[in-house]
Design a protein around this ligand. Structure first.
Ligand SMILES: C[S@@+](CC[C@H](N)C(=O)[O-])C[C@H]1O[C@@H](n2cnc3c(N)ncnc32)[C@H](O)[C@@H]1O
Length: 260
């Protein structure tokens, strides 16, 4: 119910694809990313993996991590159902790809690999960039890795760990972080904890992407606190995800766009 009412509100107040946006940077961002319907060579291959997963009727027993599921009552999962309910949609995945493609990050951290669909989109932005992805469930991690190997996607380093243990270790190795996609453990405390871990490593070109910012009141509250952080300059609320930028040359400003 919360998500539904927030969506109605978003539709009423959001800027339709950025009309009347005065910031040249955000205007350019919209034209290059959000209004770009172009298809990229890798999309078809990744979507063929999604089709395989959607037809995979094997049952696995998973270890529930994070905020838990709104859909499942037990720990038994059919892989096809995970692919249908927990994985980024094709439309949002293409949007995620275009956002990352615009910023051309040298390194990308993903919290929440799941079956690896979003990871493959991120890794295909640039084969010379390095993607670090973390998944806590062993079986899901193994399935994702089987597809990374099948596609010989060599710029992905994947970890089977809890975010709380692995994120600080990844960050320690990096001088600065260019892009982080937060897509797991959708609680306020955890989201803010990971945001605060990443914060000392951001640079003026870093882009942080938070998925499911309207998933619950708790997530929306985390998004509100993130927007208010002094270091944060531009925030772009696409409803399905929230984008955070640290451009020091820009005054603090929040945009709401109707895209997803
Ligand atoms: C929404 S899914 C990720 C979907 C994926 N990014 C995609 O779009 O294809 C979230 C994943 O995060 C994992 N997860 C949740 N909390 C975690 C935690 N604290 N540590 C490690 N993994 C976690 C879950 O097991 C789940 O597979």
């Amino acid at each position: 119910m919360f998500t539904f009412f927030q969506y109605i509100k978003h539709v009423l107040i959001a800027n339709y694809k950025g009309h009347n946006v005065h910031s040249p940077f955000v205007f350019n961002f919209i034209n290059n990313i959000l209004s770009n319907d172009g298809e990229f060579y890798c999309f078809e291959e990744i979507e063929s993996i999604r089709k395989k997963l959607l037809n995979d009727n094997r049952i696995i027993e998973i270890k529930e991590l994070g905020a838990g599921s709104k859909v499942y009552k037990t720990n038994k999962r059919v892989i096809s159902k995970i692919a249908k309910t927990s994985v980024i949609s094709e439309k949002e995945a293409k949007l995620l790809f275009k956002i990352a493609n615009y910023f051309q990050p040298k390194n990308i951290i993903e919290l929440g690999t799941s079956l690896g669909i979003s990871t493959l989109y991120l890794a295909n932005v640039n084969n010379t960039s390095q993607v670090y992805t973390v998944e806590g469930d062993k079986q899901i991690y193994n399935i994702a890795n089987s597809y990374f190997n099948l596609l010989e996607q060599n710029n992905i380093i994947s970890y089977n760990n809890n975010f709380d243990d692995k994120l600080p270790q990844i960050l320690e190795k990096l001088e600065t972080v260019d892009c982080v996609y937060f897509d797991g453990n959708h609680t306020k405390d955890a989201t803010l904890r990971y945001f605060n871990m990443v914060l000392p490593k951001v640079n003026t070109k870093t882009v942080l992407i938070f998925d499911d910012i309207y998933w619950s009141k708790d997530m929306f509250s985390a998004w509100t606190e993130i927007k208010a952080n002094n270091k944060v300059k531009i925030t772009i609320d696409l409803f399905c995800m929230g984008i955070v930028l640290f451009r020091t040359e820009q005054l603090k400003e929040d945009f709401k766009l109707l895209v997803c």
